[in-house]
Structures are given as structure tokens and as C-alpha cells.
Design a protein around this ligand. Sequence first.
Ligand SMILES: [Zn+2]
Length: 128
Amino acid sequence: MDKIFNRTENGTTTTISIREGLAELNHAMMGGRREVRSMSSGRTQHSIEYKDGRKVTLTLTDAPEPDTEPAEWATAHSGFTAHRFRDGRALCRKNIRPRSHSLIHGEYRTRSWVVNSTFTLCPRCGAL
Ligand SMILES: [Zn+2]
């Protein structure tokens, strides 16, 4: 499985690639050494305390599974309901077409994306 770093800076955690994490660690040890107050490294976790007060922890962790859901969801021209489309037509009603940007840019989304967005999942499409 792929690895990534969880990067926590003053309590806020984001995920970054191994490459980005190693770049920050290298910088802290080499070119940017003067900006670092203290640094410690374990097998899976590295901590850097910068002189400007930032505390950064990099923790090696498993990358999440890639999103393998089909991206078939988009909003229609009106409203905030996302429907599931196949061949440019909603599954719940054949006369519902996706928003034009979905057609032009292929911006269909996965169901999980819609659930986590401000759009409402069409209950009929969701049941299909
Ligand atoms: Zn629908």
C-alpha cells in the first residue's frame, strides 16, 4: 500500500505526499537548518519545531484506498439535487439532463463526493 504523511502544524492536520514530506525534512536538516529550533525523527514520525514558533509533526501513514466508485453523479440545470447519469440522462427521469459543465468538462462526481457536498442526493437515483 502507498504511504503518505499526515502533516500536523500547530494542531491542523493535512495529508501530503512522501515527496513533499521528505522535502520539508531535508530542508529542515540542510538549507533551512537555521530556521529550526529542534528536530526529532523516529521510524514513522518526525517532529520539527521552527524558531518562528511553528511545530510540525510528520507521521508516516497508509494512503487511503483510491476512490473506485463510478463517477456518475451531477446536478441538473436547476436546483441542488444531484442525479445519477448514464449516457447523459438521469436514471430517475430520462428528461433530466446534467448541467452543461458536466457534459463539457466531464465533471461527474462519485456518490461519496455528493454526500459530502452541499448538494442533495436524489433519493430515486440513490435507490437505483
Ligand atoms: Zn434522480
